[in-house]
Design a protein around this ligand. Structure first.
Ligand SMILES: [Zn+2]
Length: 509
């Protein structure tokens, strides 16, 4: 019997590679050998594939079955190869007859014992990888039809059971209808939230706007119920809209994280991810035993990662953010190799001012001892705190703010200012290799992108008196540039740098 060959995809992070599945059925005692560095989930494919084939009414070969997956050196993980293995066995037996496009077709799907096709993770990045490797046809679990409809460059066919594969090869199946980006699936499904929902909070709103302009991390401190979550969840509405490539990249990350579609890949709104403070380090950073999954830091790529009640996080969990915050990506090491995910997010932490939450400049009623309040604040480690650019106080709106008839500014209005400001910084940094003020290298801040001479003197004095750290020195300058861009200035002068210092130190409420 001839050797049958079909294709599937192995994912590493969101990057995919074509894997060839070869099946040889030869005379000999009935046996099944799987070659090519399979992990345990893949090794168990034998039982699933056999049961699915038999329960779908096909015959299982009573000979020696050898399944070889190549490239041989590449560790292969997951149950999504099941469908490809089953198809290759059916082809090798002559149950199915290959068509002329088989060489450019990938198969993805996990088999249930009854022959139904189960959803798998990572269909979207797999299809992207297929198309960039010359495969323009795919058979996928029917549950991923919407995901597949976003990639018109790949003809996708969704199947619910293994039996339908016969139809695919013999009579053809209806193709998944491709959707174009102009079909405004877009913002309609997004919750309608807007900055105009927030009364008062001028200082905190300004802090959010500056954070959006320069990509600066933000720490919101205030009593419970003052709207920290409300403010944080609206930051994506003032960030520039995502390009279609960026939306696709983010949807690909979400696709690897979960079998079910969790994010509309056509959405141009940057993601907002708000894990509970009980989140584990693996869920935050990424990892996992069965196939590496991206963590919250990657799900919020190009958007906002918000952690409320940050001091309640388990000790050490938040400190794992330090490296991704510096690098904008995360490397997760496994025995099978290192997986990279992008993780360039805007971090927003929120905390009550003290354990009881009532401590504030204005309201009384807090009975926490000063030492307790101090310890509470120290639950966010110094090194992490140092990486946060803006500390903003959020308090209950005053009576005057609540009864004011002036409508607060809309997200659209603020977003336009953010876009203009970012345009100004992008122009300034053209050809230099970075785009946002938060990305200005330290060396450049000392020369070409320094502040005015008198403003620099203030900064040096703050450094000498240990009001700010060396990292803080650079962070304040970057922040000052964002203030300049928001105000439409040319370069940071004394008042820009003083405002940046105050924002850094949490003195603007
Ligand atoms: Zn208290």
């Amino acid at each position: 019997m001839p050797v049958a060959r079909v294709k599937s995809i192995a994912l590493q992070g969101i990057a995919g590679q074509i894997v060839e599945i070869e099946v040889d059925i030869a005379d000999g005692l009935p046996s099944y050998v799987l070659l090519g560095l399979p992990d345990s989930a893949l090794s168990e494919s034998r039982e699933r594939v056999r049961s699915a084939i038999v329960n779908s009414g096909f015959t299982w070969p009573k000979q020696k079955v050898t399944v070889s997956m190549s490239p041989a050196w590449l560790p292969k993980s997951g149950s999504h190869f099941d469908l490809g293995i089953a198809v290759a066995i059916l082809l090798a037996q002559g149950t199915l007859v290959p068509d002329s496009d088989l060489d450019r077709t990938i198969f993805l799907g996990e088999l249930a014992l009854d022959g139904s096709i189960k959803s798998v993770r990572g269909v979207l990045p797999s299809l992207l990888a297929a198309s960039s490797n010359g495969s323009n046809r795919a058979v996928i679990p029917i549950g991923h039809a919407t995901e597949a409809s976003l990639l018109p460059q790949v003809r996708s066919y969704g199947i619910a059971t293994l039996v339908e594969i016969v139809q695919f090869f013999e009579t053809g199946l209806p193709e998944v209808v491709a959707k174009s980006h102009s079909e405004q699936l877009n913002e309609e499904n997004e919750p309608r939230i807007d900055f105009s929902d927030i009364a008062g909070q001028r200082g905190a709103k300004f802090a959010a706007e500056i954070a959006a302009v320069g990509g600066h991390h933000l720490f919101l401190v205030g009593p419970p119920g003052t709207g920290k979550t409300m403010l944080a969840s609206r930051i994506p509405t003032i960030l520039p809209p995502l390009t279609s490539e960026e939306s696709l990249e983010i949807a690909a990350i979400h696709s690897v994280a979960s079998e079910i579609e969790a994010r509309n890949p056509l959405s141009s709104r940057p993601p907002f991810v708000a894990p509970h403070h009980s989140i584990t380090q693996v869920a935050l950073i990424g990892g996992g035993a069965h196939g590496v999954r991206p963590g919250a830091i990657s799900l919020s790529h190009r958007g906002v990662l918000f952690i409320d009640e940050a001091p309640e996080c388990k000790a050490g969990t938040l400190d794992a953010l330090r490296e991704p915050l510096e690098k904008g990506s995360v490397a997760i090491s496994r025995a099978s190799g290192t997986v990279h995910f992008p993780s360039s997010f805007l971090l927003v932490l929120a905390a009550n001012p003290c354990p009881c939450g009532k401590y504030s400049g204005r309201a009384a009623g807090c009975e926490c001892a000063p030492s307790v309040i101090k310890r509470y604040g120290e639950r966010i480690s110094g090194p992490l705190r140092d990486r946060i650019d803006i500390h903003a106080l959020v308090d209950n709106p005053t009576r005057a703010e609540l009864v004011s008839e002036e409508l607060p500014e809309s997200s659209a209005l603020i977003r336009q200012r953010v876009i203009n400001a970012r345009g100004q910084s992008a122009e300034r940094f053209a050809g230099l290799g970075w785009r946002l003020n938060s990305e200005i290298p330290s060396a450049a801040l000392r020369r070409r992108f320094a502040a005015s001479r008198d403003a620099m003197a203030i900064l040096h004095r703050s450094l000498d008196t240990q009001r700010i750290s060396a990292r803080g020195f650079h962070k304040v300058l970057r922040l000052a540039w964002s203030i300049v861009d928001a105000r439409g200035g040319e370069f940071p002068r004394i008042d820009d740098v003083e405002l940046a210092l105050h924002m850094r130190l949490g003195e603007v409420g």
